[in-house]
Design a protein around this ligand. Structure first.
Ligand SMILES: *Cc1c(COP(=O)(O)O)cnc(C)c1O
Length: 416
């Protein structure tokens, strides 16, 4: 197991705000709502613009409340620097539009969050070639690599079928080839897995999900691990070749992706996410324990045809997940028996909510083919293994017995 132990991340996360010395001894970084920042010496303002001095100039490019959250994400991922965005999709789109150009090629896992899949298809209309492959085996990534390949993009555990990418071997391959390796860590969270350990250059987290955790704020982040050497990467502008070459990428993402494209995280959302993150390690532990219990319950239930959860021995990448992750997460999908109408099943649940989010404290369920994967069409759904009766569950932190009661009742009634 490559996870480095005992870094006391939960402790550091709780204490790092006030250690920067906030006014009045405040324990939280305050919500700074100012868009502009005044300087008594105009030279200082110029120095901030030119990057010669750290500071704030205009709220679209940076904000102290957001910076405090960025330092928490950097801490969680044991990275060099992070840049926050208004949502996870904003983080992904800004990263790709900043680092790829027409004529470049991206190799991506075909098991992707639906909107990431949709966005990568949009990239192809800008002259960026994308090849989707089964990333559970590094060989498929190797086979898809071309002379113009710039980057490889994977998710740790894919949504909704929970395929686990061959993360360590893909990392080795990217390092050998000098390819930028981008890992979306949303489903595992930095508590269960740190993509830095498998040589990822950039890490994406949707802060909307587990890190914020309460379903009350959208946000996203990109973290530079410091592992990738940008000096051999063709698409960095000369003006961003400042300082060590392992941090040029995040600077370009901040300037071209955040400042110019403008999907800025609001200070209020940053505050909500920062407060939510204080309980991340507890929530991850509880929700993944609940998920494992429920996965075993579903696996034995006669009205469930299949359960997709990496913690089950029957899961195709169970061994891989055990090697890589500290826990198996709290997302799973279940395929209902043909006799059960998925809408009736969902409507009979009294506790579990039909809603489109994951990583919430509450257990949420969604009929995948009819909602989040509807737009991509039946053919692409079939290629991703998404059947019409597939229900995605994001398990929360409720008492597990109340969840089992709710699912048991709904399954017994609908099967009558
Ligand atoms: C939700 C999600 C995103 C997008 O995040 P938003 O904050 O909803 O924009 C990206 N990747 C994964 C794996 C996700 O689950």
């Amino acid at each position: 197991m490559s996870r480095r132990k005992n870094r006391h991340i939960a402790t550091q996360l709780l204490h790092n705000d006030y250690q920067t010395g906030i006014q009045h001894g405040s324990l939280h970084q305050p919500v700074h709502n100012s868009v502009a920042y005044g300087y008594s010496q105009s030279r200082d303002l110029a120095d901030v613009f030119q990057g010669k001095q750290s500071g704030y100039a205009y709220g679209r490019a940076s904000n102290p409340t957001v910076s405090a959250l960025e330092s928490k994400i950097t801490l969680l991922e044991q990275g060099l620097a992070s840049c926050c965005f208004a949502s996870g999709m904003a983080a992904i789109s800004a990263t790709m539009l900043t680092l790829l150009r027409a004529g470049d090629h991206l190799v991506s896992s075909s098991f992707l969050f639906g909107n990431t899949n949709s966005f990568f298809n949009t990239l192809t209309t800008y002259g960026i070639e994308v090849t989707f492959v089964d990333a559970t085996d590094v060989q498929n990534i190797i086979d898809a690599t071309q002379a113009n390949t710039k980057a490889v993009f994977v998710e740790t555990i894919a949504n909704p079928r929970t395929q686990v990418s061959d993360l360590a071997r893909i990392g080795e391959y990217c390092a050998e080839q000098g390819l930028l390796y981008i890992v979306d860590n949303t489903l595992t969270t930095p508590i269960a897995f740190q993509p830095r350990d498998v040589k990822a250059g950039l890490i994406i987290n949707s802060l909307t999900k587990y890190i914020g955790g309460h379903g009350n704020a959208l946000g996203g982040a990109v973290t530079e691990t410091g592992i990738f050497d940008w000096s051999s990467y063709a698409n960095i502008y000369d003006i961003y070749k400042k300082g060590e070459s392992n941090s040029w990428g995040i600077l370009q993402i901040r300037k071209k992706g955040l400042r110019d494209m403008g999907a800025t995280l609001s200070p209020e959302a940053a505050h909500a996410i920062a407060v939510g993150s204080e309980t991340l390690s507890m929530r991850v532990k509880k929700s993944s324990e609940n998920a494992l219990t429920l996965a075993n319950f579903f696996a034995e239930h006669p009205m469930i045809n299949q359960v997709f959860y990496p913690g089950l021995k029957s899961h195709q990448e169970h061994l891989l997940a055990t090697e890589l992750f500290g826990s198996y997460g709290s997302l799973m999908s279940i395929e209902l028996h043909e006799d059960i109408n998925c809408f009736n099943f969902l409507d009979r649940l009294e506790l579990v909510i039909s809603a489109s989010n994951l990583g919430d404290n509450r257990t949420l369920a969604i009929p995948v083919a009819h909602t989040i994967f509807y737009e991509m069409g039946a053919e692409r759904r079939a290629s991703m293994g998404i059947s019409d009766g597939l229900i995605r569950l994001s398990i929360g932190i409720e008492d597990v017995d109340s969840l089992i009661e709710d699912f048991s009742r709904s399954l017994s009634v609908t099967s009558l």
